[in-house]
Design a protein around this ligand. Structure first.
Ligand SMILES: Nc1ncnc2c1ncn2[C@@H]1O[C@H](COP(=O)(O)OP(=O)(O)OP(=O)(O)O)[C@@H](O)[C@H]1O
Ligand SMILES: [Mg+2]
Length: 280
């Protein structure tokens, strides 16, 4: 499924959060959106999902304009957002949470296809299968994140909008998660991936957009952005991710002592994940 966003503006009351954001995602692509806290990434995804109404701009899916449509209609087209906070049903079992992800399909009578997808999700996340009778609220944080993604897949998405899927995951699980994201793309899914883990996101994505304070400030092939010194300084180890990304000219004042050495040789990231392990 293709997605086109053009000149999107979203405001919370009097405060504008998006100032004319444009981006596109081609069918079968992984497109990453990176940017500091508060840049507007979640706002962008929520506007695409219909959860926020833009004050200007257009959103098109496969060429059809959906701007201003209610979220149910957008979900029914196959646009599935995995929210930043996992929003699972804590007192329900893993399996019931997964089935709930397919409720629209079950209502349409797609029972067999839903059962097949349940097995597919369990194959992707064996840990969820082991724990399918456990209540979601007692899963570890990483397991809950897998469940949130699994639940999104149960909706049979045509484009998956992922908001910070790696947040709070241990390094090994982060690697696993990005492998799964790449697998999903190989199976034909289109993905829009919002990430603070810019290095992993850029390694996994085909193309990427960089957002700053409600605007797209850079875009290009992910591999090119990964090699770009300004991007490296601002997003790939030059500054702690909990601070707003500094303007490149201010980077020196935020820099850790190792930055100069690390940016010259980007083999080891701030998460200690050597480039070799990711294979790209
Ligand atoms: N419900 C809201 N009411 C008012 N302002 C909001 C609301 N939600 C977000 N904002 C503001 O809009 C801006 C963009 O927020 P958004 O959540 O989209 O950023 P983000 O890029 O997803 O950040 P993070 O990386 O921290 O998740 C921020 O300044 C934020 O404070
Ligand atoms: Mg966010």
């Amino acid at each position: 499924m293709s997605l086109e966003v053009e000149g999107l503006e979203v405001a919370y009351g009097a405060v504008k959060a998006l100032h004319g954001v444009s981006l596109r995602v081609e069918p079968g692509e992984i497109v990453a959106v990176i940017g500091a806290n508060g840049a507007g990434k979640t706002t962008l995804l929520r506007a695409i999902s219909g959860l926020l109404r833009p004050s200007a701009g257009r959103i098109r899916l496969d060429g059809q304009e959906i701007t201003g449509w209610p979220p149910e209609r957008i979900v029914a087209l196959g646009v599935i957002q995995i929210p930043e906070r996992r929003q699972l049903f804590a007192s329900m079992s893993v399996e019931d949470n997964l089935r709930l992800g397919a409720y629209l399909r079950l209502r349409r009578g797609e029972r067999k296809a839903v059962e097949a997808d349940l097995e597919r999700v369990y194959a992707l996340f064996p840990r969820l299968k082991e724990r399918r009778r456990q209540t979601a609220g007692t899963l570890s944080g990483g397991e809950q994140q897998m469940l949130a993604i699994g639940r999104g897949l149960m909706a049979s998405p045509r484009i998956l909008l992922l908001d910070e899927p790696s947040l709070g995951l241990a390094p090994l699980l982060v690697q696993e998660l990005f492998r799964i994201i790449a697998d999903l793309r190989r199976q034909g899914l289109t993905l829009l991936l919002v990430e603070q883990n810019a290095r992993q996101a850029l390694r996994t994505a085909d193309r990427a957009y960089v957002m700053e304070t409600g605007r797209v400030v850079r875009e290009g092939p992910a591999a090119a952005l990964l090699e770009d010194p300004a991007i490296q300084a601002a997003y790939l180890g030059g500054a702690p991710t909990s601070l707003p990304a500094p303007h490149p000219s201010e980077v020196a004042s935020y820099a850790r002592p190792t930055r100069a050495a690390a940016s010259g040789d980007a083999a080891v990231g701030e998460h200690g994940d050597g480039r070799d392990h990711a294979g790209r």
